[in-house]
Design a protein around this ligand. Structure first.
Ligand code: ADP
Ligand code: ASP
Ligand code: MG
Length: 405
């Protein structure tokens, strides 16, 4: 008998009908002779609604209280899914992240899992129950309730699958798998049957929100097979697997878009050793992840440093830059939140020259200006004006021969 972790995202538990459909599917999986652990997200856009409520009462949103508030969303769906399972004749019990033994650090709103102690989940399984675990949450070493960052139910599912030794972690969502581009942006995007962990990490890191990046990293580190599929059609979806050396690698397998970042430019800084170190140390100490970085060639010993951060970190990052501005002798700090990024990803890019040229030609042919560029061995990203991003994705998807027939 195999153990399967099944995670259902917000749309998949969006209303009573969807919750009953989930219960039916879990029941079928049990009938087929498997043990199941269910992980649920908050219903529909409930997490966004709660964040709006918090904004309405508090300009500062104290992180501890915000976490307490947001975890309520998953609590509602776990109880409802458990009840629906009971009504369907499947014995079940719901557990909060804390009850499931998910121990995190104290970094509220983006806590990292330090340890998994899923004893109660094991006991529930041994007693023949289907445990339903609230995704996205844990309890900190200071015994406060924490959340794992937006999209964090994916991390809960993978961490449980790993700790319990599950055969597979199934991520049920509102599309039929991982596509060559966001199907909401590119109507002719194709579903990929298999994606390597390397490619999936790049897709997740550059805007393909179908899987949270940290869940992919975790799954790779702990060798958890991931299967992304639809809770509407239940058909087989996309498997995320270790790269198979016999597999013919697509030169480009996906195009992603991301408008969640903003650009900061620290202008007129002296071009000498130690300046970038000071600046990025200040940002790192405030827990800010910096993504793309570009430093201009210096003129008369002066240069500009531009980098991107999550829009949600823009305010804190700007304060950090203003603080070091004097120390590093910079002239000014400016920011721009009207940027977006398009990326092309493909494991075969390594061995195929001409990919970069085709990307730049495609953008230029369509009059789209590139503001920043960054690359990895299997990815090329360009920063553009935000309002050009979606058309850029569609043009690149066509140019790299990805459009479905
Ligand atoms: P859930 O609530 O189930 O976690 P998400 O909204 O987090 O769902 O992720 C699913 C969404 O990810 C899809 O509706 C789709 O619009 C979006 N998405 C973005 N890029 C891709 C991609 N390359 N393949 C599939 N879906 C993608
Ligand atoms: N409900 C949380 C969110 O909206 C976690 C998740 O859905 O994975 O970010
Ligand atoms: Mg998600």
């Amino acid at each position: 008998m195999a153990l399967i972790v099944q995670k259902f995202g917000g749309t998949s538990v969006g209303d009573a009908e969807r919750i009953r459909a989930v219960a039916d599917h879990v029941a079928r999986t049990r009938m087929a002779g498997n043990d199941v652990v269910v992980v649920v997200s908050a219903m529909g856009k409930f997490t966004d609604d709660l964040i709006r409520l918090a904004d309405d009462v508090s300009p500062t949103r104290p992180p501890r209280e915000l976490d307490m508030l947001l975890t309520a969303g998953e609590r509602i769906s776990m109880a409802l899914v458990s009840m629906a399972l009971g009504a369907r004749g499947v014995e079940s019990a719901s557990f909060t992240g804390s009850q499931a033994g998910i121990i995190t650090d104290t970094d509220h709103t983006r806590a990292k899992i330090l340890e998994m102690r899923p004893d109660r989940i094991r006991e529930a399984l041994a007693a023949g129950l289907v445990p339903v675990v609230a995704g996205f949450q844990g309890v900190s070493t200071e015994r406060d309730i924490t959340t794992l960052g937006r999209g964090g139910s994916d991390v809960t599912a993978v961490a449980l699958a790993s700790a319990l030794g599950a055969a597979v972690c199934e991520i049920y969502t509102d599309v039929t798998g991982v596509f060559s581009a966001d199907p909401r942006v590119v109507s002719r995007a194709r579903r990929l049957a298999k994606v390597s962990f390397d490619e999936m990490m790049e897709i997740a890191a550059t805007g393909g929100r179908v899987l949270m990046l940290r869940s992919v990293e975790f799954a790779r580190r702990h060798s958890v097979p991931l299967h992304v599929r639809s809770s509407f059609t239940w058909e087989p979806g996309t498997w995320i697997v270790e790269e198979d050396p016999t597999m013919e690698e697509a030169v480009v397998s996906a195009v992603t878009d991301d408008v969640s970042e903003a650009k900061i430019t620290v202008g007129g800084v002296p071009d000498r050793p130690g300046i970038a170190a000071k600046l990025f140390r200040e940002l790192a100490d405030r827990g800010i992840n910096v993504d793309m970085i570009v430093q201009n060639t210096s003129e008369h010993g002066m240069t500009d440093i531009s980098f991107t951060v999550a829009k949600t970190d823009l305010e804190v990052a700007t304060i950090a830059c203003e603080k070091v501005k004097g120390e590093i002798g910079a002239a000014q700090v400016t920011s721009d939140d009207n940027i977006g990024r398009v990326s092309i990803i493909g494991a075969g890019m390594k061995s195929n020259p001409g990919v970069t040229a085709l990307m730049f030609e495609t953008l230029s042919r369509n009059g789209i200006n590139i503001e920043m560029i960054s690359t990895s061995s299997i990815r090329i990203s360009c920063v553009l004006r935000a309002d050009r991003v979606e058309e850029a994705v569609r043009h690149l998807h066509t140019a790299f021969g990805l459009d479905a027939a």
